[in-house]
Design a protein around this ligand. Structure first.
Ligand code: BJW
Ligand code: ZN
Length: 259
């Protein structure tokens, strides 16, 4: 069973574990971007999207059934992400990575670029990038101008995706939908980093979606300390050594402060 701590009362030995780690791995999910204003996946959506769960829209079947709806959802989310800023959780990780003597690996399930915008190098985007595009049919990458939606207002109606210059197929976002494989190497590179880590910190993920949710178990097998940062109990909580129950924007700056 994990030791559970409030974000404002993280014991010194947990802060020391972080401060003394030389090869930490940080695994992040949607919760780390929540305080920036990016909705998580298991939240109820609003506007044009309120009848749909993210789980219904993030599939090849949804795109095939209604390309315009799914495309517009992604274009709107791109504009939302462009309109927000990294929060103290992203900044704390970037600062930790820049500390002398620390080789910190960041691997994220997030398709946003907020870790990078905070100054962190990200080893892997396990579920791809929302800003990359490729043809749904032939896979050739496509360059598109930025979406012109207001990031905060849902668009009034759905607009169809552009077509591939090579084969006429629909252009899709460069993300990983349910039932699709993760990008080549992203999982294996993260798994190797977790196997080599002396500490694994998991922040802002429900631990529901596989295979990403299995990565912390590689640390468990090796007896590597595991810390979770999340306001809620998750599917992964029971394998953790420490659970910090709080928002990552509060907990991470405290956890990674230098002693
Ligand atoms: C805060 C906070 C704050 C809030 N601070 N925290 C084995 C068993 C069962 C099923 C499967 C299995 N293996 C594969 C599957 C199927 C499937 C799967 O896992 N399904 C589950 C629903 C059970 N997996 C796949 O299909 C994967 N592919 C695959 O396995 O390929 C092999 C294969 C191929 C063919 C057949 C079978 C196998 C692909 C998964 C792709 C996931 N894609 C998405 C969408 C990406 C594009 C987009 O952005 O639209 O990725 S789904 C969505 O979930 C997104 C996320 O990256 C992912 C994870 O979500 P995350 O990050 O955990 O967010 P939430 O919203 O779930 O949780 C937020 C958390 O934050 C909560 O805990 C909050 O409490 C917390 N929080 N505020 C800190 N301020
Ligand atoms: Zn094509």
């Amino acid at each position: 069973m994990p030791a559970v701590h409030a974000a404002g009362q993280i014991p010194d030995d947990v802060v020391r574990l972080v401060a003394e780690s030389r090869r930490p791995v940080v695994l992040t999910g949607a919760g780390i971007s929540a305080e920036s204003g990016v909705p998580t996946f298991r939240e109820v959506q609003t506007g044009l999207w309120e009848r749909f769960s993210a789980q219904d829209l993030a599939t090849p079947e949804a795109f095939e059934a209604d390309p315009a709806l799914v495309w517009t959802w992604y274009r709107w989310r791109q504009s939302l992400i462009r309109a927000v800023e990294p929060n103290p959780g992203h900044h704390a990780i970037a600062q930790w990575q820049q500390r002398d003597g620390v080789e910190l690996t960041v691997s994220t399930q997030n398709v946003d670029d907020l870790h990078e915008r905070a100054g962190a190098a990200v080893l892997a985007h396990l579920h791809g990038s929302i800003f990359a595009h490729r043809c749904y049919e032939c896979g050739i990458p496509a360059q598109l101008p930025d979406a012109e939606y207001d990031g905060f207002e849902s668009p009034p109606e759905a607009e169809g995706p552009p077509q591939c210059e090579h084969c006429g197929g629909w252009i899709r976002p460069g993300v990983v939908w349910f039932g699709e494989m993760l990008p080549a190497d992203a999982f294996e590179q993260t798994a190797a980093a977790v196997r080599a880590a002396d500490l694994v910190l998991v922040a802002g993920t429900s631990g529901i979606v596989q295979p990403a949710a299995s990565l912390p178990l590689l640390a468990l097998e090796r007896g590597t300390p595991l810390i979770e940062v999340n306001p809620e109990e998750t599917e992964l909580s029971e394998v953790m050594d420490h659970c910090v129950r709080g928002l990552s924007g509060d907990a991470l700056p405290t956890l990674v402060r230098s002693r």
